[in-house]
Design a protein around this ligand. Structure first.
Ligand code: NAD
Length: 293
């Protein structure tokens, strides 16, 4: 049995750590929030006294934190206390530059490192069906795989350091823009007299098809499990979509890529969040398009 240290036991990290416990690992966890510590403890995670104690004896260290500055600060403080030869994996969604900085810190301390942001949301974290987008060496991915497999279904090696974060922002930029286009089409269809079901039956089997239609249809009805059927609660929060779209725009500026659709999607989600719907699922952007927020 190997020991895993898990830092950041929030909405995603909590259930991911619980899946590692279920798979038979000894998981030492830490979070600055007492509620997150308490619920992880209930799932069998051994709560460490501090963010430094958590890495003692760990073969693998995983961080699942809000943003780049949290990851850099956490890695900077824990790396010197990590076991020699340990692997450190960051599963948070952060900017590519901070991710590369974190990898450099690990290299300075002689540790193997991987960026492995996820797709699949809280539901995927609970069910152990996440997709991991990995950036790092072949050795780092091979070493991480048995652990990532306990928390996810698909592990994609995207390239060298930072490549996982790069893939994540590209994917979510498509997702944000596609959701807006899908919501626009459903509002237009309504105004043209189409029923939601008729438009869904066409789009879901035609060239306009996407995950935004078939999994998270922004209009209630055709997809029973979509957040639109639960008053847009749960799902993937608009605030997180805005975060990822901003990351995509920072990345685009840093390499001189032209991403006008991504830029517009970021503006529309900023407006939507400012109108108070940041906590609801991102398919709720349809309210903005209907002029209802
Ligand atoms: P969350 O806010 O629920 O959890 C983050 C946790 O980190 C919190 O419990 C917080 O107390 C803790 N934390 C912050 N600083 C800390 C520190 N220095 N030491 C220890 N703990 C610390 O957020 P989440 O939804 O779990 O998201 C985590 C990451 O996963 C983010 O980068 C997010 O963008 C990404 N993500 C989230 C989703 C989702 O659907 N929620 C999906 C994909 C990716």
């Amino acid at each position: 049995m190997t020991t895993v240290a898990f830092v950041g036991l929030g909405s995603m990290g909590g259930p991911m750590a619980a899946n590692l416990v279920r798979a038979g690992h000894l998981v030492n966890g830490f979070d600055i929030a007492s509620a997150a510590r308490a619920s992880a403890a209930k799932a069998g995670v051994t709560i460490a006294a501090s963010g430094l104690d958590v890495v003692a004896g760990a073969d693998v260290i995983i961080t699942m934190l809000p943003a780049g500055q949290h990851v850099i600060a956490a890695w900077r403080s824990i790396l010197p206390h990590a076991k020699k030869g340990a692997l450190i994996i960051d599963c948070s969604t952060i900017d590519v530059e901070s991710s590369r900085k974190a990898h450099a810190l690990a290299k300075d301390d002689g540790l193997l490192s991987l960026d492995a942001p996820v797709s699949g949301g809280v539901g995927g974290a609970m069910a152990g069906t996440l997709t991991f987008m990995c950036g790092g060496s072949e050795l780092a991915v091979t070493t991480a795989r048995p652990y990532l497999e306990k928390m996810g279904k698909r592990i994609v090696h995207c390239g060298n350091i930072g490549a996982g974060q790069a893939a994540k922002v590209c994917n979510n930029m498509i997702l944000g823009a596609t959701m807006i286009a899908t919501a626009e089409a459903f509002v237009l269809g309504e105004k043209l007299g189409l029923t939601t079901q008729a438009l869904y039956d066409v789009v879901s089997t035609s060239s306009g098809q996407s995950w935004s239609t078939t999994s998270y249809c922004p209009v209630p009805g055709p997809v029973p499990t979509a957040p639109s059927n639960a008053d847009y609660k749960a799902g993937f929060a608009s605030a997180l979509m805005l975060k990822d779209l901003k990351l995509s725009q920072e990345a685009a500026i840093s390499v001189g890529a032209t991403t006008p659709m991504g830029a517009l999607a970021a503006q529309l989600y900023a407006m939507h969040n400012a109108l108070g719907e940041g906590g609801l699922d991102f398919s709720g952007i349809i309210h903005l398009l209907r002029g209802k927020v």
